[in-house]
Design a binder for this molecule. Sequence first.
Ligand code: AMP
Length: 433
Amino acid sequence: MIKAPTGTNDILPDRIPLWRYVEEHARKQCALYGYREIRTPIFESTQLFVRSIGEVTDIVEKEMYTFQPKVERSDNPAKENSRESFTLRPELTAPVVRAYLEHHLDREQKSQKLFYLGPLFRHERPQKGRFRQFHQLGVEALGFSNPLVDVEIINLAQSFLKTIGLDGCVLKINSIGCPECRTGYRNVLRKYFAGHKDQLCANCRERLDRNVFRILDCKNKQCYEIAARAEPINNSLCAGCRTHFDAVLAGLEKNGLSYQLDHHLVRGFDYYTRTIFEITHSALGAQDAVGGGGRYDNLIAELGGSPAGATGWALGLERIILALEAVKNSNLIIQPDKLKVFVASVTQELGSESFALVSELRKKNIAADMDYEGRSLKAQMRLANKQEVSYVIILGPEELTKNAVKLKNMQSGQESEVQRDDLFDLFLKKNMI
Ligand code: AMP
């Protein structure tokens, strides 16, 4: 039997209500803060990710699903052989910035607050909370340099997580400065890691010259331990970055948002500048990050726009759902979609009568269904019970001659004969329409 690819998940109907619960709250919270939804393609030009995330990063070096269509159809035959390379999106910040610039949203209004919900793809080693296809909710505040916007997006993430009932999240925050601060810091790091070269993994030994910052987020245990003892960048922050970071922390405090300073916090993308943060939850185990984000003040210009500050985050939906299930918040009530009415018929010949009634119910916005498999009345009642419907309407030849039906209240078990013409008035009274 063909199975789903390793590291991917089917979200089966029973679990959909929980997903929808999270997604609907996400949309509501984002709207509350003035963020509008954007949807971009599942795949993009490979170059978009190489240029934004950075060539010497785990994602670009090892984790991208990249492909070249065999023949590219184009109106221009000369282009047919250009064989552009595409990549399934491993993150959504760069695609959102691309769309913002491509559609000149920046000209309409430079500062734009956007959010997205959707799947991403990374060729990682699957484990609990780490998949090859996963979903993120993300926000991007484009064209904003004000530190208060960093506070706003953190506030949005925290209030969203709280609203859905995920208490106990921890915010870790750091500043990684700007390219100016990093010039001096690069040398500090090179010198430090050169002193531990023999203990670093082969990848990091190579990164020493190519992109020393990426050693800081190597997943290899020994590299991680060495990196944890490196001097943090905070000592090298320039005056502008320090002022910005102080303003972010003051804003968090003023708004009652607790945080933990983590001077060793780094993120696995090259585009980050200044504020970076991660939100963790202890119920998740080894992969404890629910989400993360930060500023990327140079990305808009790097992708061809005029220089403008920006900040954003992404939360992993699978991890949110895992954590929600682990904390078992008793206030969390998720209503599955249920049928209201099941129309059962005493004899198979009444099938078309049932069908007409089911159609009428649906037209009146009452979720209804019937049996198409010729089940006995008893089996139909069992099915209705299993589907947890509120009412069963039973059509029988005897009642039909009187233009009536039998109505069974499945909760009380009470049965009554109702004139067909009165049926909808009755439902109206019971607030079913
Ligand atoms: P990142 O885009 O790497 O900053 O990740 C942001 C969030 O997305 C993480 O904190 C996780 O919650 C989630 N995430 C990242 N990679 C994966 C993955 N491979 N599987 C599941 N969730 C992921």
